[in-house]
Design a protein around this ligand. Structure first.
Ligand code: AKG
Ligand code: FE2
Length: 763
């Protein structure tokens, strides 16, 4: 026998409990209850005559429909006449009594508890001539408190024009009456359509349905104590006595927009179920929140027989959105929650993924209509897959003893605020205990908004006065998030917990254990450029910010030097130089930081690294000097940049002192790399001053090796293959670029040297 999990029993008890309200309902009234006049036409007689209906069409305008924020006109979606509102006059005295009466019954039909009230706000008068219709759609919530739509159909001899309303896989159809006024109400999350009118004219008044009063509070008065106790028992079993924080997420049946979500405004059965869940939670010492859920399901699906009809019959039990596939097996479902409202409707920004073993629902998600879907067709291992996204509302329940952990998972920022509040109130011990509860999940949840949380986290970590918990709180962050605004808090926390604690933290922030791709080179470089400002701020803190700054810069140097070393090994000179030049500002940032911090050891190490005789490194050094140029002369000197500048100048001068290549010197240097017999032949040709071209019979593989060597190092040599004879002949020709490049290099050196002369006073 399959086990029934407590959470499933919970959902099924709730399913049986509700008053079985419907998502739509109909009531009727006598035609004399409506006295309606339209300007220029006069009183409308009921049943509506064809003559008056035609007159209404003549003064009508094509009706628009809402799509997102827009209202559109498209006769393929909505084809009906709308009579201008200003022309419609209804005798209110009589009509309001009828409406109140009808709405009171519809309230009950729709499963809304006594004690709350439905009111209707006139929206539009519509006339459907033969052939006119309105394709499937969902009404937008046009006002706060709007929970549905009321359609009042005037009696007429029309046929067709059936109103079809769908919700959670169920369909209701409403034909208009020849004699009575018909009132159809449905919730705003129902898809509905009007089928084409086949003969005569269909005339309706549409209303926005508003809910007055608190639907959940009204239902609360009528909850069955026995059922509440059973539900509470399910909660106790679900949570058991384990120490792991857990939730129960009960998915409701109706859809809500962010604007429309609120405890007081739950629709239909959701209201009475929510009242029960709240009562059971209270009995089981749990807390609750209302949330919006996005459910993503992935199914294995199979192509189905196409049925080819546009207007589906209502009695078919398959209500697939387009009927061309059938669901076979659920591969995966993920539920994420946002927009968390506690019992007082107070909102907490949330972004939380919940696990399947904490989710339950009375109506399975697959019975609802997805707001998006994509059919992948055949996909490797799985065959055809279908992905669907649904929006549902959810009630989240958790034991009060885990309140802090559960809320912290939903909103880490809230957790930090709460810890700060506790500290401020003098409850440091309680704050410490609460913070310790975050340990199992903090590194995962804090990553989401880490950037905005670092400042608060530093302060809280300091105030807890507990090194282990403080380190746990700070571990999820990355060095690139640290800005000058964090300096004071960082210095304070470092002084409080000491050197080796800080060193450990800084290492983690630099991603010692983090895959390299997580912090891109680019982000790191930008951060290094900002490091002097961070160090400035650190130096200004009353605490010992300088030693933190030294720790940071020392930790930054190792990976930066490795980047430079890696870049030096790029074979193509153009890439190598571009990348080395890009690293210059980061190198400058770090060097300037050493000046602020008087970190002479690190400075000397960096200066020595930059001052070796290497033409490639010169590119990086020049770029660093240019980037640091805006710093004051004293700072540049303290950063050792004057030494770097002198080294570059000397190296440039040496290079410029070399004789200019004579016009008949065609020798080219082949960079080291390969010593194979082909490369030796190639080298002999390249270094030969006199030879410009070389005809070299070579088989394909061997030709390819030679090509690769030439291209890899961007040598000024053209390679062509003459496709005659066997093997083909590789024709190598040294190009004029050899001379052009040398001229350009010399010019660049001159410019650089002149710039150094202008900008340095030390020479
Ligand atoms: O004409 C009807 O019955 C429904 C009209 C409608 O769906 C709307 O105005 O949004
Ligand atoms: Fe509608």
């Amino acid at each position: 026998m399959a086990t029934i999990f407590p959470r499933d029993r919970f959902a099924s008890l709730l399913g049986g409990a509700a008053d079985a309200g419907s998502f739509s309902a109909r009531r009727t009234a006598r035609p004399d209850d409506l006295r309606l006049e339209v300007t220029d036409i006069g009183p409308i007689t009921l049943p509506v005559s064809v003559r008056q209906a035609k007159e209404l069409c003549l003064i009508g305008r094509p009706a628009r429909f809402g799509k997102g924020e827009q209202t559109l006109l498209d006769a393929k979606v909505r084809d009906t006449w709308q009579v201008p509102k200003s022309r419609v006059k209804i005798d209110k005295r009589r009509w309001n009594v009828t409406l109140r009466h009808v709405l009171e019954r519809l309230r009950a039909d729709l499963g809304l508890p006594e004690g709350c009230e439905l009111t209707a706000e006139f929206h539009a008068m519509l006339v459907y001539a033969p052939g006119q219709f309105f394709a499937p759609h969902q009404d937008s919530e046009k006002a706060d408190g709007m929970i549905g739509t009321l359609v009042v159909t005037l009696p007429s001899a029309a046929t067709g024009g059936v109103l079809v309303v769908e919700h959670a896989g169920q369909t209701a159809t409403y034909r208009s009456s020849k004699e009575s006024l018909s009132f159809v109400a449905f919730y705003a999350d129902c898809r509905h359509h009007v089928r084409p009118v086949t003969s005569g004219y269909r005339v309706v008044l549409t209303y926005n349905l508003l809910l007055k009063g608190d639907s959940v509070a009204a239902a609360a008065g009528r909850t069955d104590p026995r059922l509440t106790a059973e539900l509470a028992e399910c909660l106790n079993q679900h949570f058991g006595d384990s120490d792991e924080p857990a939730r129960l997420v009960y998915l409701l049946d109706h859809e809500y927009t962010q604007r429309g979500l609120g405890w007081a405004r739950l629709k239909g059965d959701d209201a009475s179920r929510a009242a029960l869940v709240r009562a059971a939670a209270l009995a089981a010492d749990c807390e609750v929140a209302l949330a919006l859920a996005e459910v993503h399901e992935q199914w294995i699906a199979e192509d189905a027989e196409p049925n080819g009809r546009y207007w589906d019959d209502d009695d078919g039990d398959e209500t697939e959105e387009d009927g061309d596939y059938e669901l076979q097996e659920l591969i995966e479902s993920t539920t994420s929650l946002d927009c968390w409202l506690d019992e007082g409707d107070e909102a907490t920004p949330t972004s939380l993924i919940v696990y399947d073993d904490e989710v339950c629902a009375t109506t399975p998600t697959a019975d609802l209509s997805p707001h998006a879907s994509s059919y992948e067709g055949y996909l490797g291992n799985y065959g055809n897959t279908l992905e669907r996204w649904y929006r549902r509302a959810a009630i989240v329940v958790w034991p009060r003893r885990w309140a802090f952990a559960i809320r912290a998972q939903a909103s880490p920022m809230w957790a930090l605020d709460r810890l700060a509040d506790l500290v401020r109130a003098g409850d440091v011990a309680e704050a410490r205990d609460a913070a310790a509860m975050l340990a199992p999940f903090w590194s995962v949840v804090a990553k989401a908004n880490a950037e905005q949380m670092l400042g608060k986290a530093l302060t809280v970590a300091h105030d807890l006065d507990e090194p282990g918990t403080a380190a746990m709180l700070l571990t999820p962050f990355q060095i690139e998030m640290l800005g000058r605004s964090h300096a004071a808090a960082l210095a304070r926390v470092a002084v409080r917990y000491g050197d080796s604690w800080t060193r450990e933290l800084v290492d983690v922030w630099f991603g010692r254990d983090r895959p390299a791709y997580l912090a891109s080179q680019q982000q790191r470089a930008v951060w290094l450029e900002s490091l002097p400002a961070v160090c400035d701020a650190l130096c200004e803190t009353p605490e010992d910010g300088v030693s933190v700054g030294r720790l940071l810069s020392a930790a930054a140097w190792t990976p930066l030097r490795e980047s430079v070393d890696r870049t030096l090994r790029y074979p193509a000179p153009s890439h190598r130089h571009a990348a080395l030049s890009e690293l210059g500002p980061a190198v400058a940032g770090l060097l300037l930081s050493t000046a602020n911090l008087a970190a002479a050891d690190l400075r000397d190490e960096m200066v020595a690294f930059l001052s070796v005789d290497n033409d490639d490194l010169l590119v990086c050094a020049m770029s660093a000097l240019r980037a640091a140029h805006t710093a004051s002369r004293a700072t540049r000197a303290a950063a050792g940049l004057d030494v770097v500048s002198r080294h570059c100048a000397a190296r440039l001068a040496t290079r410029l002192a070399r004789p200019i290549r004579s016009a008949d010197d065609w020798s080219i240097e082949l960079p080291a790399g390969c010593h194979c017999e082909l490369c030796q032949t190639l080298d002999a040709f390249l270094t030969d001053k006199a030879r410009r071209s070389f005809e070299w019979p070579l088989a394909e593989q061997r030709r390819r090796h030679v090509h690769a060597r030439i291209d890899q190092h961007e040598l000024p040599v053209r390679h062509q293959t003459r496709r005659s004879g066997r093997p083909y002949t590789l024709v190598l020709t040294k190009t004029e670029a050899l001379f052009a490049r040398e001229r350009e290099a010399r010019q660049r050196d001159q410019t650089d040297l002149a710039w150094l002369d202008r900008t340095s006073d030390a020479r």
